[in-house]
Write a protein that binds this ligand. Structure first.
Ligand SMILES: [Zn+2]
Length: 308
């Protein structure tokens, strides 16, 4: 049984002016002593043109997760967490809830955020960080192919806005005879731990992250987390440099203008160079994938060696 020991409430209105100043709003609460769990829930009003994302940083400065705008509530405990968040110690000190100002209408977005800290009673939780799954795979394991192999370098799981767990995605990949998939959830890091914890997967599983900003999305494969709070050209140049200094590859995802349909999806700094790849096809072709393909072609015409 768990017992709520402290609760914080935040309310306010975020305006277009707030977004001009910063894409993120920080709500800080001070946990006087270590706890067993924290839970954060939020809601906002302002019509369809109001969208707020959410995530959290712990008192040690560790980024503990992000759920965009697809989960109204998340829990982090010592032993388990909502997918997208990292389980582990709940240290005392200043916790910062990050609200991402994805879309703010002229009249603003009214928000309310609740945070609670819990202690566990006598009945100790037997939970754990990740869901158990039946390991029925090894018999179906694919032989490592040589020559052309196929896979998907941009896949979302329930650690961000995907519907499936990672084991379910692996099963889907097997159904499609894929040789590899990269799990590139938005902005968070919890998928790395799960991917790296799956022993002997039947398809090559690549940990990754889609660095999802309001001015472009970039996939980085390899299992390192990168701060997504970037809005200026220099921020993207430094992101590419940071990834390369860690030996990782960077892809500009879906560089095409879908307007309101996809927040921040089109890369706003197409004059930036240095990335390794361009995602030329994302989702159904009719979603303007020809724009991405045309940009990649123009890069080749510049003499750049950028992988599609
Ligand atoms: Zn994206």
């Amino acid at each position: 049984m768990r017992k709520e020991v402290l609760r914080w409430e935040f309310q306010g209105v975020l305006t277009p002016r707030d977004k001009d100043e910063d894409d993120y709003k920080y709500l800080t609460f001070n946990l006087p002593q270590a706890c067993d769990a924290i839970e954060v829930s939020y809601e906002y009003q302002g019509g369809p043109k109001c969208v707020l994302d959410i995530g959290i940083i712990d008192p040690k400065g560790l980024f503990r997760g992000w759920s965009g705008s697809n989960k109204p509530k998340f829990t982090i405990s010592v032993e388990a967490a909502t997918p997208g968040y990292v389980a582990g110690e709940i240290p005392p000190g200043a916790w910062s809830i990050i609200l991402g100002l994805a879309k703010i209408p002229p009249d603003g977005c009214k928000y309310r955020v609740l945070a609670s800290a819990f202690r566990l009673g006598e009945a100790v939780s037997t939970g754990h960080g990740f869901e158990e799954h039946s390991l029925k795979w090894p018999k179906r394991k694919q032989a490592l192919a040589s020559g052309w192999i196929k896979g998907d370098l941009h896949v979302h799981s329930h650690h961000s806005d995907g519907k499936q767990s990672i084991p379910e995605l692996v099963d889907m990949a097997l159904e499609q005879n894929l040789n590899y998939i990269a799990i590139t959830d938005h902005n968070t890091r919890s998928q790395f731990y799960e991917v790296l914890g799956i022993k002997d997967p039947p398809v090559l599983l690549i940990p990754g992250v889609e660095v999802t900003t309001y001015r472009g999305h970039l996939n980085i494969w390899g299992g390192d987390w990168f701060d997504f709070r970037r809005r200026r050209r220099e921020d993207f140049v430094s992101l590419i440099n940071e990834a390369h200094s860690r030996g990782l590859l960077v892809s500009v995802d879906h560089p095409r203008d879908l307007g309101e349909l996809c927040i921040g999806c089109d890369f706003q700094f197409k004059e930036v160079r240095g990335f390794d790849a361009v995602e030329v096809w994302n989702g159904p072709w009719f979603l303007k994938n020809w724009e991405s393909l045309a940009w990649w072609h123009s890069l080749l015409s510049e003499g750049l060696k950028v992988t599609a």
